[in-house]
Design a protein around this ligand. Structure first.
Ligand code: ADP
Ligand code: MG
Length: 264
């Protein structure tokens, strides 16, 4: 089940020939991607290219149509079992799915905070109700995570009393409170007014500097150039070009060149 790379490090995420279809709509057509622990991967690509679907597959919000995704060396969604000397494909049970998912934190374009709960209560919610942490401990943890995203002075504010950028930082704190090994970001700044984008990107930058493993779908090319270890350009459900951040300034594939001309 575990497939270490040649240098002995197990990838945080390894996707192999990932396919996803919604009925007759073939959205992902054989995506390969390797994310090393402590690295930042930025996925770029036009709308409809399958970026969100790919992140949702990693987090098991969708099921695979074909191929394989391993998180931390463990196959997600499916596993092979030995049965009478044969390898048989079997889906993971709910507990195993939950275990794998607990390694991942996800931040969406829309912050999805609970409107009737304060920032502090939003961040405490999952540690208390999913991890059954006692309230005092969860409160301490939530305050730490809110401080980490620069929201320590807004503990008792409700989402409606916060700007979009502040809400998104609370959403990041909420994901961090579950102590994920990998953070997935799906266009975290796309719904924000331009003047609020920077504060969210700064939080993401500091997370990257702390060594968090991150997979980020974004159109923020400046962030990609500055923070990414790996750039993956997707179009039409396949990876068209991938490499270090230098490929942004020296794209090879015509589709990637064209995309960059439109976003820069
Ligand atoms: P991106 O995030 O790159 O914009 P998506 O992964 O959201 O792309 O979508 C890729 C394609 O898959 C789009 O054509 C979209 O309409 C389709 N799609 C996404 N989710 C579903 C779904 N649950 N059912 C049917 N089609 C879907
Ligand atoms: Mg998307």
């Amino acid at each position: 089940m575990t497939e270490p790379t040649t240098n002995g490090v197990v990838p945080a995420v390894k996707a192999t020939q990932v396919h996803k279809a919604f009925g007759s709509l073939h959205v992902l057509k054989g995506v390969d991607m390797t994310v090393m622990p402590g690295s930042v991967t930025v996925i770029l690509g036009p709308s409809g290219s399958g970026k969100s679907t790919f992140l949702r597959l990693i987090n098991q919000l969708e099921t695979l149509t074909g191929g394989e995704i391993d998180v931390d060396g463990e196959m997600i969604g499916y596993k092979y079992v030995d049965k009478d000397g044969k390898q048989v494909l079997q889906t993971l049970n709910d507990k195993e799915v939950a275990e794998q998912r607990s390694k991942l934190g996800m931040v969406f374009q829309r912050f999805n905070l609970f409107p009737h709960m304060t920032a502090l209560e939003n961040v405490m919610e999952a540690p208390v109700h999913v991890k059954h942490m006692d309230k005092k401990e969860a409160r301490k943890l939530a305050i730490e995570e809110l401080n980490r995203v620069g929201m320590g002075d807004r503990l008792d504010h409700y989402p409606a009393q916060l700007s979009g950028g502040q809400q998104q930082r609370v959403a990041i704190a909420r994901a961090l409170a579950m102590k994920p090994e990998i953070m997935l970001f799906d266009e975290p700044t796309s719904a924000l007014d331009p003047e609020l984008v920077g504060e969210v990107l700064n939080v993401m930058l500091s997370l990257a500097k702390e060594g968090m493993t991150m997979v980020v779908v974004t159109h923020e090319i400046g962030f990609a150039r500055e923070v990414a270890d790996q750039i993956v350009f997707m179009d039409g459900g396949v990876v068209v070009e991938q490499g270090g951040p230098e490929i942004i300034d020296n794209p090879q594939e015509p589709r990637f060149k064209d995309f960059l001309q439109h976003v820069l």
